[in-house]
Design a protein. Sequence first.
Length: 192
Amino acid sequence: MAEFVEDYAVLRWAVVSAFVLAAGIVVVRLSRRAVRADAAADGAHLLMCLVMLAMLVFPAATDPHAMRGLLTALTVAFALLLTERVVQWRNGVVPTADGVLALGYHTVAAAVMLYAMAGHGSGHTGIPPGPALVLAALFVLDALVALGTVGHRPRWHRFAHPAGTHPLTSALVPHVVMDIGTAFMLIAAVGG
């Protein structure tokens, strides 16, 4: 993966810039209590942005074993938060499913990044291209659907903008960046 990421430097730094922007937006969202709709989802976005930045800025220095451990821990933590949120939603503590969907998304994204890292280190040469490219296409499709919600209020894609009042919120940018970044890293995992 490191070779692929380094070979496409212009694309790599564009993705890095997008993640820096997304992380900045999330930090601002977390610091403004009135704007914050879901601190757990925002915190998950921030953690994933930082992990992606580490892999993109230092691709050759990223230890695959350490990264797999970190992504395993994130996947488990997000799954536990998701379980807690589902229980809260089912008991009426959380009024809508928005937080459930947002944490579900982060759990899947962390698991997919763990899958992307599975083919690195220990003499592996990458992951199977078929499943990786299908997953990459699904993340790109999700980004397009999320962008398609701008100016609309669809019920079927509420987690693109969990803050609720208007689809073009500060939650949309990190979501789309995460989608595109995850697709990029899946393609890099196949190419590397």
